[in-house]
Design a protein around this ligand. Structure first.
Ligand SMILES: [Zn+2]
Length: 136
């Protein structure tokens, strides 16, 4: 029988109704613990228990955070307004500002400059927010 098994048996015996037996068992258990250099530790110190505690999950979430920071930096280039005029959409499409669809025949804004022709079309309501980065 290992010392641990003996100590556990003695600890169980220390709860005996027989006071003399309980006392000697407790004394002997403590002596074995002391002599064996054992330490009594809290159950949470078990790394497998720890893996399922909330703090372990929090720590995992914290480690995952640097990945979120790898997102591209926001576009901070200087921007200019796109000169545009309101007209009727020739076909349905997606607004270049809000990316929401617009229907054929609805009020949209077209770029006025030929050089902006590839910028697409926006909702008439979105035209005041229509900006593009200024080319270097
Ligand atoms: Zn829009």
């Amino acid at each position: 029988m290992s010392s641990i098994d003996r100590i556990e048996k003695l600890i169980a015996l220390a709860g005996s109704a027989n006071e003399h037996e309980a006392r000697s068992a407790a004394y002997l258990a403590c002596k074995l613990i002391r002599d064996g250099g054992y330490r009594v530790v809290a159950k949470a110190a078990d790394p497998w228990d720890e893996a399922f505690t909330a703090s372990a999950w929090t720590a995992y979430a914290t480690r995952a955070e640097p990945q979120a920071r790898r997102r591209p930096a926001p576009d901070t280039r200087p921007r200019r307004r796109v000169p545009c005029e309101i007209g009727s959409a020739k076909r349905s499409g997606l607004c270049a500002v809000c990316a929401e669809p617009f229907e054929e025949g609805s009020d949209v804004a077209f770029p006025m400059l030929a050089s902006d022709a590839n910028l697409g079309v926006v909702h008439a309501d979105c035209r005041t927010r229509w900006t593009v980065p200024i080319d270097p």
